[in-house]
Design a protein around this ligand. Structure first.
Ligand SMILES: [Zn+2]
Ligand SMILES: [Zn+2]
Length: 166
Protein backbone atom coordinates (compact mmCIF):
# COMPACT_ATOMS: atom_id res chain seq x y z
CA UNK A 1 0.00 0.00 0.00
CA UNK A 2 1.37 3.37 -1.04
CA UNK A 3 0.63 6.62 0.78
CA UNK A 4 1.47 9.86 -0.92
CA UNK A 5 3.24 11.93 1.71
CA UNK A 6 3.19 15.12 -0.35
CA UNK A 7 -0.55 15.26 0.46
CA UNK A 8 0.55 16.18 3.99
CA UNK A 9 2.42 19.31 2.84
CA UNK A 10 -0.94 21.13 2.75
CA UNK A 11 -0.45 22.62 6.20
CA UNK A 12 1.90 22.34 9.20
CA UNK A 13 0.69 19.84 11.75
CA UNK A 14 -1.38 17.80 9.31
CA UNK A 15 -1.61 14.36 10.82
CA UNK A 16 -3.12 10.97 10.09
CA UNK A 17 -3.12 7.73 12.02
CA UNK A 18 -3.27 4.45 10.11
CA UNK A 19 -3.91 0.96 11.48
CA UNK A 20 -3.34 -1.84 9.05
CA UNK A 21 -2.73 -5.58 8.97
CA UNK A 22 -0.11 -6.64 6.48
CA UNK A 23 0.26 -10.26 5.41
CA UNK A 24 3.67 -11.78 4.98
CA UNK A 25 3.98 -15.58 4.61
CA UNK A 26 7.62 -15.47 5.49
CA UNK A 27 10.54 -13.13 5.64
CA UNK A 28 14.06 -13.71 4.50
CA UNK A 29 16.77 -12.65 6.89
CA UNK A 30 20.47 -13.32 6.50
CA UNK A 31 19.82 -15.99 3.88
CA UNK A 32 17.21 -17.93 5.91
CA UNK A 33 13.42 -17.97 5.60
CA UNK A 34 11.28 -17.47 8.69
CA UNK A 35 7.55 -18.10 8.83
CA UNK A 36 5.37 -15.17 9.90
CA UNK A 37 2.44 -16.66 11.84
CA UNK A 38 0.23 -13.61 12.40
CA UNK A 39 -0.55 -10.79 10.00
CA UNK A 40 1.70 -7.92 10.98
CA UNK A 41 -0.18 -5.25 12.89
CA UNK A 42 1.06 -1.87 11.83
CA UNK A 43 0.18 1.34 13.63
CA UNK A 44 1.59 4.49 12.17
CA UNK A 45 1.08 8.18 12.72
CA UNK A 46 2.13 10.41 9.87
CA UNK A 47 2.75 14.02 10.83
CA UNK A 48 3.81 16.97 8.72
CA UNK A 49 6.01 18.88 11.14
CA UNK A 50 6.35 21.77 8.70
CA UNK A 51 8.96 22.69 6.10
CA UNK A 52 8.21 19.49 4.17
CA UNK A 53 9.50 17.32 7.01
CA UNK A 54 7.39 14.28 7.82
CA UNK A 55 7.53 12.28 11.05
CA UNK A 56 6.61 8.59 10.99
CA UNK A 57 5.94 7.15 14.43
CA UNK A 58 4.44 3.78 15.13
CA UNK A 59 4.82 0.14 15.95
CA UNK A 60 4.72 -3.32 14.42
CA UNK A 61 3.55 -6.47 16.13
CA UNK A 62 3.53 -10.09 14.96
CA UNK A 63 4.72 -13.61 15.73
CA UNK A 64 7.65 -15.22 13.93
CA UNK A 65 8.76 -18.85 13.92
CA UNK A 66 12.47 -18.96 14.74
CA UNK A 67 14.54 -22.07 15.52
CA UNK A 68 15.94 -22.30 19.05
CA UNK A 69 19.58 -21.25 19.08
CA UNK A 70 20.59 -24.40 20.99
CA UNK A 71 18.25 -27.23 19.97
CA UNK A 72 16.81 -25.90 16.67
CA UNK A 73 13.20 -26.64 17.67
CA UNK A 74 10.83 -24.03 16.20
CA UNK A 75 9.85 -21.31 18.65
CA UNK A 76 6.90 -18.94 18.25
CA UNK A 77 8.53 -15.62 18.96
CA UNK A 78 6.28 -12.61 19.63
CA UNK A 79 7.87 -9.55 18.12
CA UNK A 80 6.86 -6.00 18.92
CA UNK A 81 8.86 -2.97 17.95
CA UNK A 82 8.37 0.76 17.99
CA UNK A 83 9.83 3.04 15.41
CA UNK A 84 10.32 6.74 14.95
CA UNK A 85 11.56 8.18 11.70
CA UNK A 86 11.64 11.36 9.76
CA UNK A 87 11.69 12.02 6.08
CA UNK A 88 12.91 15.45 4.96
CA UNK A 89 11.68 16.25 1.47
CA UNK A 90 13.68 19.47 1.18
CA UNK A 91 16.83 17.36 0.80
CA UNK A 92 17.09 14.81 -1.99
CA UNK A 93 18.12 12.04 0.43
CA UNK A 94 14.57 10.74 0.73
CA UNK A 95 15.03 9.18 -2.72
CA UNK A 96 17.53 6.72 -1.20
CA UNK A 97 15.26 5.53 1.62
CA UNK A 98 14.32 1.91 1.02
CA UNK A 99 10.63 2.31 1.91
CA UNK A 100 10.12 5.47 -0.14
CA UNK A 101 9.00 5.35 -3.74
CA UNK A 102 9.26 8.93 -4.90
CA UNK A 103 6.87 10.85 -2.65
CA UNK A 104 5.04 7.64 -1.73
CA UNK A 105 5.52 5.76 1.50
CA UNK A 106 5.44 2.00 0.82
CA UNK A 107 3.92 0.43 3.95
CA UNK A 108 4.99 -3.14 3.09
CA UNK A 109 8.58 -2.06 2.62
CA UNK A 110 8.51 -0.02 5.82
CA UNK A 111 7.21 -3.04 7.77
CA UNK A 112 9.85 -5.28 6.22
CA UNK A 113 12.54 -2.74 7.12
CA UNK A 114 11.36 -2.64 10.75
CA UNK A 115 11.14 -6.44 10.99
CA UNK A 116 14.76 -6.73 9.93
CA UNK A 117 15.85 -4.08 12.44
CA UNK A 118 13.92 -5.78 15.27
CA UNK A 119 14.90 -9.33 14.33
CA UNK A 120 16.26 -11.08 17.47
CA UNK A 121 19.87 -12.25 17.52
CA UNK A 122 19.25 -15.41 19.57
CA UNK A 123 16.03 -17.15 20.45
CA UNK A 124 15.83 -19.96 23.02
CA UNK A 125 12.91 -22.38 23.41
CA UNK A 126 13.56 -22.11 27.13
CA UNK A 127 16.18 -20.36 29.27
CA UNK A 128 17.48 -23.74 30.39
CA UNK A 129 17.41 -25.45 26.99
CA UNK A 130 20.00 -28.24 27.07
CA UNK A 131 20.63 -28.15 23.34
CA UNK A 132 21.58 -31.16 21.25
CA UNK A 133 24.38 -33.65 21.88
CA UNK A 134 27.22 -32.77 19.58
CA UNK A 135 28.13 -36.45 19.19
CA UNK A 136 24.80 -38.15 18.42
CA UNK A 137 22.58 -35.16 17.68
CA UNK A 138 19.91 -36.12 20.22
CA UNK A 139 17.79 -33.32 21.62
CA UNK A 140 18.89 -33.41 25.28
CA UNK A 141 15.65 -31.75 26.42
CA UNK A 142 14.03 -35.14 25.71
CA UNK A 143 16.42 -36.86 28.15
CA UNK A 144 20.10 -37.83 28.27
CA UNK A 145 21.68 -39.67 25.37
CA UNK A 146 23.78 -42.85 25.39
CA UNK A 147 27.06 -41.11 24.59
CA UNK A 148 29.97 -41.39 27.01
CA UNK A 149 30.58 -37.86 28.12
CA UNK A 150 34.34 -37.48 28.03
CA UNK A 151 34.23 -33.72 27.74
CA UNK A 152 35.48 -32.18 30.94
CA UNK A 153 34.89 -28.54 31.63
CA UNK A 154 38.37 -26.90 31.40
CA UNK A 155 37.82 -25.36 34.85
CA UNK A 156 37.25 -28.82 36.31
CA UNK A 157 40.27 -30.18 34.42
CA UNK A 158 42.45 -27.74 36.35
CA UNK A 159 41.04 -29.04 39.63
CA UNK A 160 41.71 -32.61 38.54
CA UNK A 161 45.38 -31.75 37.96
CA UNK A 162 45.59 -30.17 41.40
CA UNK A 163 44.31 -33.34 43.03
CA UNK A 164 46.87 -35.35 41.10
CA UNK A 165 49.73 -33.34 42.60
CA UNK A 166 48.65 -33.98 46.17
ZN1 LIG B 1 16.00 -25.25 22.62
ZN1 LIG C 1 24.91 -38.11 22.45
Amino acid sequence: MLINLSDFFLYDGMKKEIHKSILFDSIQFDGDLYEVVDPIKLKITILHRGNREINLNGSIETTLVIPCHRCAEPVNYPLKADFSKEVAFHSSEFKDISYMDGYNLDLEKLVFNELIIAFPMKVLCHESCKGICKHCGKNLNDGPCECQNDDIDPRLAVLKDLFKEE
